[in-house]
Design a protein around this ligand. Structure first.
Ligand SMILES: [Zn+2]
Length: 187
């Protein structure tokens, strides 16, 4: 250490950063004269072969900044097999979480859109499967609505929308229920 520790350590850091290795074992670090910010954790003993595997340290500016916080993996066949299985399980778990998160976002989006649609909660639960088509009039309604739903995509692409005529005229409303008529969208 020189007379101006701050300046000299900064110069030392920029000089050694360039050819500094990414990882060093405690022994390697000691041999190269690195300072330890904290003492290295004990090596991890392999549960299969008993070999002791040291943790790596991250060198920076002539100092070991921190030590690897997870156990060191042994390279014996049993350990390699164990970690291969472990990694696959972790990846599967992560993928399952990702899918669940995606489904949750989709559900939230649908709920948000239904909330904005003006369709009351009790109507949101109505489907074609639970519609009671027990009178000729209702059967007719069912057929019209079903055909509308089945061909919604083409209709939408062709510029047809379903207008609501239950309140003040809403000329730009998206399709809603209840429905009175099918009209050509003016746009
Ligand atoms: Zn081992």
């Amino acid at each position: 250490m020189g007379q101006t520790p701050e300046v000299s350590s900064r110069r030392e850091a920029s000089k050694s950063e360039k050819n500094e290795p990414l990882y060093l074992t405690p022994e390697e670090a000691k041999a190269k004269g690195y300072r330890f910010k904290s003492p290295p954790p004990p090596p991890d003993k392999c549960q299969f072969c008993g070999k002791e595997n040291p943790r790596s340290g991250i060198p920076f500016g002539g100092e070991i900044l921190f030590w690897q916080p997870f156990p060191s993996r042994c390279d014996c066949p049993e350990a390699v097999e164990y970690w291969k299985k472990y990694d696959a399980e972790q990846a599967a778990k992560k993928e399952a979480e990702r899918i669940a998160e995606e489904q949750k976002r989709k559900r939230e989006r649908i709920e948000r859109l239904l909330g904005k649609s003006g369709i009351k909660k009790r109507f949101q639960r109505r489907t074609f499967d639970n519609f009671k088509a027990d009178t000729p009039e209702r059967q007719k309604c069912y057929k019209i609505a079903k055909r509308y739903a089945d061909t919604f995509k083409q209709r939408y692409e062709n510029g047809y929308i379903l207008r609501v005529r239950t309140g003040p005229a809403k000329h730009t409303s998206p399709p809603q229920s209840p429905y009175n008529s099918l009209t050509r969208a003016s746009r």
